[in-house]
Design a protein around this ligand. Structure first.
Ligand code: NAP
Length: 257
């Protein structure tokens, strides 16, 4: 039986095992998918063990490992090479092949309001692994500008370097001004996952805005504010689901970019 894992920390909230169980069943694939809590310092050992176990065919990475894995010998394919963020790995002949499926997952998840955000601004909170995929997906979808607002400003500046134009790093203290200029507000930070904190203030939000939180495990304060003040809200479930389908295609469909 083939084995797949999710590595990251914390991950106990993840719905991935349930989604993969269903996808493997539908496609008659004999495989398991398990959570394997892994901190930065444990990643190398975990992967060494995987490479010795022929039944491990691949794995996913979540916070804080999507960039950490780039320190290892991994061949990057497609978007992963462009944005330097890997959330999906295929093991082939004891070699690691790294993909980014957050990009496709997020892009596909925009289906219900794609037209509404065309040529409008988006404000994105966060500058980690997921944020990079979100920026690329928003630009490719046709958003005018992406304002990246992050606690560590340097990381927002680094993301700008990956893209030509359309991306503006914004210091945290200017967040209100740039959120108010945006149609779509995205939370790609971990804020709200373990507590009730949020990156926005209710008075920044108006009834034309769309609020999208990548967190799907709970109704965050970000989404509660959106339900009260915005046009509509979306959580990260569709993104995760589309991403899982893409991963199965990579692991079993011979998809290599
Ligand atoms: P990551 O690389 O670890 O990045 C975390 C981000 O959160 C960074 O921008 C970090 O800011 C910010 N942050 C953390 N604590 C903060 C705080 N107390 N105040 C302000 N900012 C804070 O994580 P990731 O992989 O990008 O994931 C980000 C979130 O997206 C997670 O909640 C993850 O579960 C979710 N996600 C969902 C999906 C899905 O399919 N739905 C896919 C991918 C990710 P600094 O740079 O200042 O540290």
């Amino acid at each position: 039986m083939d084995k797949f894992f999710l590595l990251g920390y914390p991950i106990h909230y993840s719905l991935s095992p349930k989604i993969y169980k269903e996808l493997f069943r539908e496609r008659k694939i004999n495989a398991t998918y398990e959570l394997f809590p892994t901190k930065r310092e444990e990643l190398m050992k975990r992967i060494e063990d995987f490479l010795e176990d022929k039944t491990v065919r691949g794995f996913n990475l979540t916070q804080p490992l999507k960039e950490e894995i780039l320190k290892l010998d991994v061949k990057l394919r497609g978007v992963a090479g462009e944005i330097h963020s890997v959330n999906s790995v295929k093991i082939q002949n004891k070699k690691l092949i790294g993909f980014n499926t957050d990009y496709a997952g997020f892009k596909k998840s925009l289906f219900d309001f794609k037209e509404e955000i065309l040529q409008k601004n988006a404000a994105l909170f966060g500058a980690g692994g997921a944020a990079k995929a979100v920026v690329k997906a928003l630009i490719d979808t046709g958003v005018s500008n992406v304002f990246i607002i992050n606690r560590t400003f340097k990381k927002a500046e680094k993301i700008k370097e990956l893209f030509n134009g359309n991306v503006l790093p914004v210091p945290l203290e200017d967040a209100a001004q740039f959120v108010k200029k945006s149609k779509l507000i995205v939370n790609a930070t971990t804020v709200g996952l373990k507590d009730d904190k949020t990156v926005i203030k209710p008075e920044w939000i108006n009834k034309d805005m769309i609020l999208y939180d990548l967190i799907y495990a709970k109704k965050t304060t970000f989404l509660k504010i959106g339900e009260e003040k915005a046009k509509y809200t979306k959580n990260g479930f569709d993104m995760l689901y589309f991403q899982c389908i893409e991963n199965v295609n990579i692991w079993y469909g011979g998809k290599n970019d």
